[in-house]
Ligand binder design. Sequence first.
Ligand SMILES: [Zn+2]
Length: 356
Amino acid sequence: MQSSHRTLSKKSPPAASTAASVQPNSRAGRAGGAHHGAGASTDVGGGVGTEVASALAGAKVQSLPRSSGLRMLAVHAHPDDESSKGAAMMAAYAAAGAQVMVATATGGEQGDLLNPAAGEILQTHRDLPGVRRMEMAEAAAALNISHVWLGFADSGLPEGDPTPPLPFGSFATLPLEQATAPLVRLVRRFKPHVILSYDEVGGYPHPDHIMSHKITVEAYRDAGDPTRYQGLGEAWEPQKLYYDRAFNPGRFEAIHKALLEAGHKSPYEDRLLRFRDGSIPWMTEHEVTTQIPVGTFLEHRDRALRAHRTQVEPDGFFFATPNDFLREVWPYDDYVLVDSRVKTELPEYDLFSGLR
Ligand SMILES: [Zn+2]
């Protein structure tokens, strides 16, 4: 176990997680550099990654402590991202008494219809953004959390060679301060103790995901500074910043192995091969520092995901492994603690650890 009091210097974004988890020449290091220039990493000593990983592997933490009076804000790019990344965690904290809020940067206007069955609904063709707002409301209700829109326009995922320019005025094209201002206003109003978002490459390299990362880091750093973002409310300093590790390769390895051992087919073979041979260039290598027990909230996640019916096929990838199996093998949502203004011990089993 390591005691950690990570601090984010005034102008250095937490580009590279812990010194222990990212080697200077790793893909993650380069990816962080690409987005942040010379970002300083916080040094919590070598070898933490391995120690934390083995401590996590040995732990059997099943539930969260009461969390009344504590607030968490998760920043996402599009409606449905909150349901595929950390939904069970948020439902678990809501049930433990915390106030949980999701801020969605864009309306998902550039999204396609990804579930053919939902195409039978006429309104989907007439007004997909409107339908997605209703889906989002249903997902928030399923998780028992509150939700706000930051009000930006979806940038879309540019495809082709060369890739076409992003739509004029879309979220990812905006100057950082303009894109961050609504989030700073929200942070100062809601006063979260903990903020979560994606890593430097967005968890997956969609321009809006990368921009969500940037505004989250900026708001985490500056919302507590009364000389910055003036006129957007009284300064409030969030205490901890996390990145989501929903694509944690260790999780897929464990589930894959357990499925094969139980004589099932595994849907993760291809994905794991690509993790291993490095052909997913956007995979960062942040070590998981924090595992949240979510076993009893997996059905909440499923309901939230299925609420996004234009985006999620009801029997698709996200439902490939039965929940009872997940409860046995990996009943956690995984995170990396990137910065903390309070003292905490790694590994953690509670995002509010150090704040109670
Ligand atoms: Zn997205």
